[in-house]
Unconditional design. Structure first.
Lengths: 385, 282, 227
């Protein structure tokens, strides 16, 4: 006989959601529904008829944790639509601001998950980790503050490139901050991996939360619209995806599918596609991949500081014409896609967003299924949504 | 009525830096303090009003003594210095910022430090606020009318302007000096100045102006612990010469008289606006 | 200890991230209060009775769950703080108009201040970490003088826009051109031209910060005290 368990609201992640689990007599989840319950503010329809410059500003406010990725994907989409080429230094700074965001978002996520892996008598370690994480977040946000203009909702990400370049002083400040981050990221990686390995060992299910679905990723540190076959991407309404009335009427997202099935995006997906990270393992591997990505991101950020010409042009002239474009940026949590149809009057005709985290909603369900229900939230949190 | 606001000490002072004395307005207190701050790591960026040509003023973040010198001298027109405060912290990466401003701008800075709603990570990076005395200000084209129509000097020929001894003075690059009675400039004043009751930048760390001291010297109010610290250091390190205010002419009495004149006149204007039912800052 | 809850309505979570951007100070803040509810940081699933509720986000009037949370906050908290533009002034959600999948009916969003009685409102998108901490600290210390401007905004500040600079300052012969509004604007919608703010209307997200920051509308007396 199947029991229905409801966890509402789910905690320690961004947004509002609930879990509905159908559990068998052994406590194993047969069927999971992970439902987003955040009301739809409707950024796609909000933008229709508005000047294109408003788009990046508005869409950043979809998510206060990964605002930067929405701003970048939005600009990329509009630039693609009108054939605008961002100058090299603008592009480098844009990549840098995106990495800054990753350098804060990933540690924040570690902060939200540590309580799953720490034991009650490890209060001191907890404080130590929180301090370490806050120190790392501070560097990530500093990058966004300086390059993006504001740490949260950076207004320097504009259509055509970046509003301004940075000064030599700012550059050197970032350099030293990033070098500190590098050290901290190592420490966090080691400590965090240890905690996860210990947890899995104690739980006794080494593949906790594994699934057999494919991965989706376009790039390691930025985003690449040509790396994904867009004809294979669809978004379907929950009415078509779920067979459960409550699920259909509760969730507020559409379900994205790649070649007809859900696909996992995010740190593990990127490291599997572009590196040699283990595929198909426990969902908790994603936590490790995330900690590893902190290192990749800080190295690339340091490299950009070397490459960027602080006297170079960062923003192209923008001339509007009729067109359709796709903007892709690898958000901390998955591939983030914006699609914009623009008119020659400079206004948005239509706009579509496949927000990064929506990829992982159906995947979370698959990852939870087949495992004891008490681990459902731990698995969900590995996905950072 | 209290003419000056809180202060610890008031003196007459002048810079000892030759390059400052060449371009500054009065005793060069502002530029010297900023150069001193930048050279001694007390400041890493300062906000000044640059001359964009023909005395059009634009705010600038200066990070070198040269840039401070370029922006020395008074521009008698509105310059939104505070508008670049955020970029000083962001794109410029500064952490110890000096700001110069008219009394109203100093008040704006104090407000954003106490209520930093839209100023993420800014308040703790403001290290020194220097205020300059101010009786009134002019919109740019108001200034232009004063200079070109009343003084008969082409804006592009002007090297310095000054207010003093009841007159508005214009100095040209051809070595000429023109002056008109200050009264003639009143019609060109920014009317928003008429609700302003602060003459000596009462909320600054250090405030300075020409009034009260002899030509080439400045009257300086040292108001806060921060202001006192940097001022004393500057004197110790020989960047400034100082005289007791009691020993100079015309002395503090004149500053008091002008401060009270401004306060009384503009308090009346505030009352008048209230009577009409118009809003006033509260 | 004072019980504090953080409640999220229709928001982006940026206001909470802003609070977290106090970095090392965050632990001090958390140590001086008892955080009884914060879905993003802790595993409590029901809003308990509390002294202060920091509420982030606007209310979707077309979503009964959203309305219920607003009602619950009103019942459970002694002091309700509208944290950030969405809750205080509507912010970017003023532009919502619905018709989007998968919930085409979610079309009407109002700031919390227009739905329940709110005691303090902090505008800004997001408000700075420093401002959030100042308000929390003042609320803990009962410093009503400091909080007065936020109390006024809670009562009558829900309609905010860059246009306020025109109607309340420039048009009223009060703007002296300091440029504070331009620096404050989180979207850089304000440029100073001829010593006056020029607001690019279509970049304004109605966060309310420019007029809140203007020294020519409000200049609380306590600012006069300097050391
Ligand atoms: C509009 C106005 C009215 C004034 N009215 C009086 C007065 O009635 N009585 C009096 O004693 N003094 C007045 N002053 C101040 C005086 O003119 C000098 O600026 C002051 O004495 C400083 O001189 P200094 O030699 O120490 O400074 P300097 O070393 O020459 O440096 C002056 C600094 O002020 C900045 N600055 C110049 N113009 C402006 C501006 N418009 N807004 C903001 N910053 C600016 C410059 O960038 C420079 O950094 C006024 C100044 C202004 C701008
Ligand atoms: S008179 Fe007052 S308001 Fe006018 S510029 Fe001077 S300080 Fe500012
Ligand atoms: S006010 Fe801004 S930061 Fe805060 S929730 Fe709203 S959109 Fe996000
Ligand atoms: S903050 Fe107020 S006084 Fe200053 S420029 Fe803006 S509107 Fe004018
Ligand atoms: S102009 Fe800028 S600061 Fe003012 S309400 Fe609009 S977005 Fe906010």
């Amino acid at each position: 006989m199947a029991n229905r368990i409801e966890i509402s609201p789910t905690t320690r992640h961004e947004g509002h959601a609930k879990l509905i689990l159908e559990v068998d007599d052994e406590g194993i989840v047969n069927k999971a529904y992970y439902l987003n319950t955040t009301p739809v503010r409707g950024f796609e329809t909000m933008l229709r008829g508005r000047p294109a410059e408003f788009a990046p500003i508005a869409v950043m406010r979809i998510c206060g944790i990964c605002q930067t990725t929405h701003g970048i994907a939005s600009c990329e989409a509009i630039e693609d639509a009108i054939g605008c080429e961002v100058p090299d230094d603008g592009l480098l700074l844009r990549e840098l601001v995106g990495l800054g965001n990753r350098l804060h978002s990933h540690p924040l996520h570690h902060l939200l998950t540590i309580d799953d892996f720490l034991k009650p008598d490890e209060a001191n370690l907890r404080i130590e980790l929180i301090k370490l994480i806050q120190r790392m977040r501070k560097v990530g946000q500093l990058v966004v503050d300086i390059v993006g203009g504001e740490g949260i909702h950076p207004p320097n990400i504009v259509i055509g490139g970046m509003r301004t370049n940075i000064t030599e002083r700012a550059k050197s400040k970032l350099y030293y901050a990033l070098r500190q981050y590098e050290k901290d990221a190592y420490e966090l990686y080691e400590k965090y991996t240890e905690l996860i390995e210990r947890y899995l060992e104690e739980v006794g299910i080494p593949d906790l939360g594994s699934h057999e679905y494919p991965y989706i990723a376009s790039h390691t540190t930025y985003g690449d619209r040509y790396a994904i076959n867009w004809d294979s991407v669809v978004e379907i309404p929950p009415q078509r995806y779920y067979d459960d009335k409550e699920a259909i009427h509760t969730t507020t997202i559409q379900i994205p599918l790649y070649e007809g099935v859900p696909a996992e995006g995010g740190p593990r997906a990127r490291l599997v596609k572009f590196g040699n990270f283990r595929a198909g393992g426990s969902a908790l591997d994603i936590n490790i991949a995330r900690a590893q990505e902190n290192l990749g991101a800080v190295y690339r950020a340091l490299e950009i500081l070397d490459e960027v010409n602080i006297y170079g042009k960062t923003r192209a002239e923008v001339e509007y014409k009729d067109g359709f474009g796709i903007g892709v940026h690898e958000a901390p949590r998955a591939t983030n896609t914006h699609m914009a149809e623009v008119g020659k009057d400079g206004k948005i005709k239509s706009y579509r967003i496949i927000a990064a985290s929506t990829w992982n909603f159906p995947i979370v369900e698959k990852a939870i299924e087949g495992y004891p229900h008490q681990y459902a939230e731990v698995i969900m949190r590995a996905y950072d949504i | 009525m209290d003419p000056f606001g809180t202060y610890k000490k008031v003196v007459s002072a002048r810079s000892t830096l030759k390059e400052v004395l060449k371009t500054c307005q009065d005793g060069g207190i502002v530029s010297t303090a900023f150069i001193y701050g930048l050279e001694n790591n007390l400041l890493d960026g300062v906000i000044v009003a640059d001359n964009a040509g023909e005395f059009k003023a634009i705010p600038k973040v200066a990070t070198t003594p040269e840039e401070v010198l370029e922006a020395a001298g008074t521009k008698y027109t509105v310059c939104p210095n505070i508008s670049v405060l955020k970029s000083a912290v962001r794109e410029y990466g500064c952490e110890k910022i000096g700001v110069v401003g008219t009394p109203c701008q100093v008040r704006a800075v104090r407000k954003l430090m106490k209520y930093p709603v839209g100023f993420r990570h800014i308040p703790d990076k403001i290290s020194l606020i220097i205020g300059i005395f101010c009786m009134e200000n002019f919109p740019y084209n108001g200034l232009k009318l004063i200079v070109e129509e009343h003084c008969g000097v082409k804006m592009e020929d002007v090297v310095k302007m000054d207010i003093g001894k009841g007159k508005f003075w214009v100095y040209t690059k051809w070595g000429e000096t023109k002056a008109i009675k200050l009264k003639e400039t009143h019609p060109y004043e920014q009317v928003a100045c008429h609700v302003c009751t602060d003459y000596t930048a009462e909320l600054a760390d250090i405030s300075t102006g020409s009034v009260g001291s002899p030509d080439g010297w400045s009257t300086v109010f040292i108001r806060t612990a921060k202001g006192e610290e940097i001022f004393n250091k500057m004197v110790e390190d020989g960047y400034l010469e100082v005289k007791p205010i009691e020993e100079v002419k015309p002395g503090l009495g004149l500053v008091e008289k002008l401060a009270l004149t401004k306060k009384e006149k503009n308090m009346k204007e505030i009352e008048h606006r209230k009577e009409l039912g118009l809003p006033v800052p509260y | 200890m004072v019980k504090v809850a953080h409640v999220q309505l229709c928001s982006c979570c940026g206001c909470l991230v802003s609070l977290a951007d106090t970095y090392e100070k965050l632990l001090d803040v958390l140590n001086s209060i008892e955080l009884v509810y914060c879905q993003t940081l802790a595993d409590v699933r029901e809003i308990p009775e509390c002294d202060i509720a920091l509420v982030e986000g606007s209310v979707c009037l077309d979503d009964h769950h959203s309305l219920e949370i607003a009602k619950e906050v009103k019942e459970k908290a002694k002091i309700v703080v509208a944290l950030g533009a969405c809750a205080a002034t509507g912010g970017v959600t003023r532009y919502c108009r619905g018709n989007q999948l998968s919930k085409p009916v979610h079309s009407s969003f109002s700031p919390l201040t227009e739905v329940i009685k709110v005691d303090l409102a902090i505008p800004g998108c997001p408000p700075s970490p420093e401002a959030i901490v100042s308000v929390i600290t003042a609320a803990l210390n009962g410093d009503m003088e400091y909080l007065q401007p936020f109390a006024e905004l809670a009562e009558k500040g829900s309609e905010a826009c860059g246009c306020d600079l025109l109607t309340k300052v420039v048009n009223k012969s009060l703007c002296m051109g300091c440029g504070t509004c331009a620096a404050a604007c989180p979207t850089r919608a304000i440029e100073m031209i001829d010593g006056r703010p020029n607001v690019t209307q279509y970049l304004c997200i109605k966060c309310g910060v420019c007029s809140v920051q203007c020294p020519r509308i409000r200049f609380p007396e306590l600012i006069e005290k300097i050391e």
